[in-house]
Each structure stands twice: as structure tokens, then as C-alpha cells.
Design a binder for this molecule. Structure first.
Ligand code: PEP
Length: 248
């Protein structure tokens, strides 16, 4: 079964609302590719203007964060129903910056995955190892454990709609990319973990991205690998280079 490629930009804490609209205009013709899913995951304040700016294009809207409750006394947070009503389709969960800087653990990440599905949002679930774990050689066990925790009580039908982003922390924003073989090794292993947890059909359906300093120069090789179904892109998503990645 051919999986549909998904190229998602993670804008992080960049782009004021006016800059966001300008970026959508810059990228509009460059990312026009109906053969794959193109997603902009944008800061909360940019969601409404970006939804307007991408109307009539192939680009889908994503968010970078939310909280698991629908409403209430959670100062500063934004809920899944709020995102849904604003036109958000994809939601990044478990990014290493949320885990490391904001202390999100696998229990919360698992709750977010379940809440996202219940609210009709598609999670982009991030996993990946630190440089220390890569050097120690225990990165595969670490990533398998993250996937098992984060997908506790998530059904096979839901996993078929899930996107998993393998993002080695040592390659995020550092300019150091995992080699295509290193990325393929882990993406293949993640698919095997899904096969063990669920079944072969679910493993075949789940889409797995690579993320970590993907750019216009290295995207084609990474995306040519059998188990790499797309990319989660930080820095290069804010530049015309994103169009080259989409068409790599
Ligand atoms: C990311 O943070 O998801 C990411 C992959 O960033 P960069 O492309 O800048 O390494």
C-alpha cells in the first residue's frame, strides 16, 4: 500500500500574524503539490489569519500545542475544540521542546494523543533520542518505550490515521542531520514496534516522518527511504526552501 507523503512545517515561536500571512503568500505557488499532504503547524495566534490565507490552496492547517481539557480555568492554554473550530486538522504532540523545556511527560503526551483523536484532530506524535542515548547505543529501546507509553489505549484504527515524527534531538535546529540510513533504521524500527503492538496492516498504514535539520539539499535522499513518509521541518519551513522540500 502506498502511503501518502506528508510534509509539515513546524513554525515554532516564529512569525507574527502579519509575517505569517506574508509567508503563506511567499510559499503559495511553491508548495502547490496535490500528490502529498502539506501542513503548516503554526503558533496559536497565527491560526486564524493562516486559515484565511491558505483558503483555496492545498495546504492544511496544524497547531503546535493544546491542553487536554475542553474549557475552564487553565490560564494561557488552548483547547482541542477551539483548534477544531478554527480549522485545524493536525496537532504536534510530544515535541522534544515541549518535553524538555516545558516538562511534558509520556503520561500527558498519551492523554493528548487520545484527546486529539476524540476531538477529531490528527496527531503528529514526536519521538527521538538525545545525543547521550545515541552515543550509548540505547536509542532504539528508548524510542520503542516512548511509542508504547504514548500510544497506551490508542486503537489500531486511530493509529492508521496517526503521523509519527522521528526527531533525533541532536539533529533539531543544529544543522546536523541524521544520515538517510540512520533515519531509515529508526523509522523502520518504529514501524516494527507498531506491528508488534497492533498488526501488520496498522504498521503498513501509519505514516512516519523524519525531522531534524531537513532542508532543500538533503530532503530528496531522506524521503527516498522506504519507511520515511515525509518530514517535520523547523527552520527550513520559514523559507522558500520549504517548497523545494515539498517537491523533493
Ligand atoms: C523540529 O523542531 O521539529 C525540527 C525538525 O527543527 P529543524 O528542522 O529546525 O531541525
Amino acid at each position: 500500500m502506498a502511503r501518502r507523503r506528508i510534509i509539515a512545517g513546524n513554525w515554532k515561536m516564529n512569525m507574527t500574524p502579519s509575517q505569517a500571512v506574508e509567508l503563506c503568500a511567499t510559499l503559495k505557488d511553491l508548495v502547490n503539490n496535490d500528490a502529498e499532504d502539506v501542513v503548516y503547524c503554526v503558533p496559536a495566534i497565527d491560526i486564524v489569519p493562516v486559515a484565511e490565507a491558505i483558503k483555496g490552496t492545498n495546504v492544511k492547517l496544524g497547531a503546535e500545542n493544546f491542553y487536554i481539557e475542553d474549557k475552564g480555568a487553565f490560564t494561557g492554554e488552548i483547547s482541542a475544540p477551539m483548534l477544531k473550530e478554527a480549522g485545524v486538522e493536525y496537532i504536534i504532540i510530544g515535541h522534544s521542546e515541549r518535553r524538555d523545556i516545558f516538562g511534558e511527560n509520556d503520561i500527558l503526551i498519551n492523554a493528548k494523543v487520545k484527546k486529539a483523536f476524540a476531538a477529531g484532530l490528527k496527531p503528529i506524535l514526536c519521538c527521538g533520542e538525545s545525543l547521550a542515548l545515541r552515543k550509548a547505543g540505547t536509542y532504539k529501546e528508548w524510542i520503542a518505550r516512548q511509542i508504547k507509553w504514548d500510544l497506551t489505549d490508542v486503537t489500531a484504527d486511530q493509529v492508521k490515521e496517526l503521523v509519527i515524527a522521528y526527531e533525533p534531538i541532536w539533529a533539531i535546529g543544529t544543522g546536523e542531520t541524521a544520515t538517510a540510513d540512520q533515519a531509515q533504521e529508526v523509522c523502520k524500527m518504529i514501524r516494527e514496534v507498531i506491528a508488534d503492538m497492533y498488526d501488520a496492516a496498522t504498521a503498513e498504514a501509519v505514516r512516519i516522518q523524519y525531522g531534524g535539520s531537513m532542508n532543500a539539499g538533503n530532503a530528496a535522499e531522506l524521503l527516498s527511504k522506504e519507511d520515511i513518509d515525509g518530514g517535520l521541518i523547523g527552520g527550513a519551513a520559514l523559507k522558500p526552501d520549504f517548497g523545494q522540500i515539498v517537491n523533493a
